[in-house]
Design a protein around this ligand. Sequence first.
Ligand code: NAG
Length: 441
Amino acid sequence: MERSKLLGFVVLICFTIPTISCSSDRLFSGWPKSSSDENVKIRVNMTRRSERELGFSERLGLDLDRSKKRMKKIEALIRGQLDAETPVEVGDGEFLMSVALGTPSVSFEAIVDTGSDLIWTQCKPCKDCFSQPTPIFDPSKSPTFSTIPCGDSLCDALGSTQTGCNPDCTFMYQYGDGSFTSGDLAYETLSIGSSKVKGIAFGCGHDNEGQGFSQGGGLVGLGRGGLSLISQLGSKAENMFSYCLLPITDSSSQTSPLFFGEGASLSGGAKTLPLIKSSIIPTFWYIPITGITLNGKALDIPPGTFDLQSDGSGGMIIDSGTTVTILDQAAYSPLKEAIQSAIDLTPVDGSSTGLDLCYHTSSAHLTLPTLVFNFKGGVDYELPADNFFIQASENLLCLAMLGEPSGNPSIFGNIQQQNFHILYNNAQNTLSFKPTKCDSL
Ligand SMILES: *[C@@H]1O[C@H](CO)[C@@H](O)[C@H](O)[C@H]1NC(C)=O
């Protein structure tokens, strides 16, 4: 039957027998998707994951623990690739958003992760599922669900996380803390904000274990790889997304906006950097940092410290899921020294906070130095004081940055990004930013 006739026939039975499911995705799988020319304009509100019953210092402590584990995962991922060991995904993260899958749609809270690609949720039947706050997705109840055959380019995009064909494409994502999800790669309709997007590939996890995911039922990957939400939305979302993160010190009921497509653009006055893509880990968003300037003076950082090496070591990743910036020791040491000479107080032991450089004071009583991260092309990212010193407890003011052994990637953390509107443009290979009061967006 010709496609036009078949379409007419399907439309006819859809009108006549409304109880029959009429998903064009399913009926015409393999044919070009009719929704591909529909542009999306999405706004969702992200919440910071938080242990609400705890005070700020305790929550910060947990955030920092997670960040350190996350840093280890990123390192393990890079080393894993270098040594061809079991791949380890980053997962986890600081922000959650509500998304929904299927027809009718079933919503769940997903961790938003710029450090991984796959979108996944727990699926029935469960071989093993952890408890989640919302009902577990049941593909048998959704006519728009279909598994993805092996040989499909999205199955290939799983790379070494593809585990076989049983009978269709299966995956396993393993996280650094031993948690994992495994199941079928499938197409489904994704509802996000006020948009519905058909035929989004996601991991339908039948066997899941992970303490780290307890506040959500899955994850939405916003990395640069083929399976990430931004890659799959592609030109429908103009290959871009942006977010504006509210300060970590704001109340946990405040939300941070995340935009896809047309609505993601920044208004005038933004600065733009070129992004770097790593051939070793194509998922990560690498930014070309060239130096750090404190009170107008460039720090004495050995040349090449921040360069992304061909074996995947070095470089700087911008990440929404890491709380504080983590710098190669060769950059952190001169920064710490310069800050200490700029502040006329003796540092105190702040190790209880999880941070390294702390003073017994509050920001109201100090004039803090000016700190600028310098990027390729003379682009300066000037950090407001709140983006690098944090009141970790009532009387401990601490540098919201940490050092790490040389050779690992540095990470530009989310405290440093707060109150900046940040746009990731995967088509132009650029990152733009603009100081913005995020609660005004
Ligand atoms: C997101 O937050 C904004 C500002 O607080 C609010 O106006 C809007 O209704 C929220 N949107 C959704 C979908 O909850």
